[in-house]
Design a protein around this ligand. Structure first.
Ligand code: ZN
Ligand code: ZN
Length: 405
């Protein structure tokens, strides 16, 4: 904790460029996989701070700071914005029409850059390796997978532990942690079932996909109620059924779009297996002439915080700030965990409040993805930097009893 206090005593003079960077990022949001300007800005800053920089997975960037033998910490921020037309009226509002940092990823980037600089400037307070990772395309669940597919694991030292944070519609400056699942796994499935088309007056010549889809829709309602253990969280939503064009035509196929959410990989597997079994079973019962097709997309892995790492993070936050909140599980999803999972290392993901406390208390604070989403610059950014530094130094600070400090 001494190391974090010493490093963070130097935060104030850095806040000016951190705020400037944040406003710049907010003015110039870029959609998923198109984060070229943001990526270039990050590379420039990391090089200026003395990091060895790798570009990985298109616009992805990792800065590596070697500081002698010790543990390796990875900290991650996402860079992408959303196809939302900003309506905040801020003087640093988006200049890219129809694109907005409506999920606070600009907060994450600016805060991680701030932490990266403080750690680079105060290497005497710690030992080991710090990895500042900036990923593309979190919103579409593609970015972390793209970095891994591009050989991330061969390009950087393997981390021992990983961290990420997300700004949320909570009072600005508050931090919340939770051990175990914090964000749900999310899966979307496009299912195509085949019938046999015919004239509406001659149903005996058809295999009717309307009847088939209807049977599937009803039968799928039994998955959560009859196959998932009571008390376990699971959502199975059929968001779309598309079939047919005209009253007197029997169509030849139907398309269903499903969304699944779960907090447990075993539950997730139960849901997926049940969906496939029921769809195949109903197709067989209907006499469908062709096997159904399942296309999985927008797949978000489970985010489940490691107990021991999260206990260390919570204790460190509490020691520094005097208090830390308990996060509730969010039904939103994230693709961060793919990176620590690929290395087989534990991680912790915490929530950072960003909203005007008064507006929050009155229930008027716009949440993530709203065109009115507007985190307060302070204390949000300072708290984001502090949280990243404290979590990292909890793993990297040399033990003063060992003569390190
Ligand atoms: Zn988002
Ligand atoms: Zn987000």
């Amino acid at each position: 904790m001494d190391a974090a206090r010493k490093v963070l005593a130097e935060l104030d003079p850095e806040l000016e460029w951190i705020h400037e960077t944040y406003r710049d990022l907010h003015r110039h949001p870029e959609l998923s996989l198109e984060e070229t300007r943001t990526s270039a800005l990050v590379v420039r800053k990391l090089e200026e701070f003395g990091y060895r920089v790798h570009r990985v997975g298109g616009t992805g960037v990792v800065g590596v700071l070697d500081n002698g033998p010790g543990r390796t910490v990875l900290a991650r921020a996402e860079m992408d914005a959303l196809p939302v037309r900003e309506a905040t009226g801020l003087d640093y509002a988006s200049e890219n029409d129809g694109v907005m940092h409506a999920c606070g990823h600009d907060v994450h980037v600016a805060a991680l850059l701030g932490a990266a600089k403080l750690l680079a400037d105060h290497r005497e307070q710690w030992a080991g390796t710090y990895l500042a990772l900036f990923q593309p395309a979190e919103e579409t669940a593609q970015g972390s997978a793209a970095m891994l597919a591009d050989g991330l694991a061969d390009k950087i030292p393997a981390p021992d532990v990983a961290f990420a944070q997300h700004v949320m519609a909570q009072p600005a400056g508050t931090l919340q942690t939770i051990a175990g699942p914090v964000l749900s796994a999310g899966d979307s499935i496009r299912i195509t079932v085949h019938g046999q088309g015919a004239h509406g007056s001659m149903p005996q010549l058809s295999v009717d996909p309307v009847v088939l889809a209807a049977a599937i829709v009803l039968r799928l309602q039994s998955v959560v109620s009859r196959e998932v253990q009571p008390g376990e969280f699971a959502v199975l939503t059929i968001g779309s059924v598309q079939v047919g064009t005209k009253s007197n035509i029997i169509a030849d196929k139907a398309t269903l779009l499903l969304n699944l959410r779960s907090y447990d990989n075993a539950v997730r597997e139960t849901l997926i297996a049940a969906v496939e079994r029921i769809v195949r079973g109903e197709c067989a019962a209907a006499g469908s002439p062709v096997e159904p097709e399942f296309e999985y997309y927008d797949q978000f892995p489970l985010t489940a915080n490691d107990e021991a790492v999260t206990a260390r993070v919570s204790a460190a936050f509490e020691a520094y700030f005097g208090t830390v909140g308990n996060a509730s599980r969010q039904s939103a999803s994230e693709d961060f965990s793919r990176i620590p999972d690929a290395f087989g290392v534990p991680y912790s993901y915490w929530l950072l409040g960003g909203m005007d406390p008064q507006a929050y208390a009155e229930g008027k604070a716009a949440a993530n993805h709203s065109p009115h989403f507007a985190p307060l610059i302070e204390p949000t950014l300072a708290r984001g930097v502090e949280a990243m530094v404290i979590a990292a130094l909890g793993e990297l600070a040399s033990d003063p009893r060992a003569g390190g400090a």
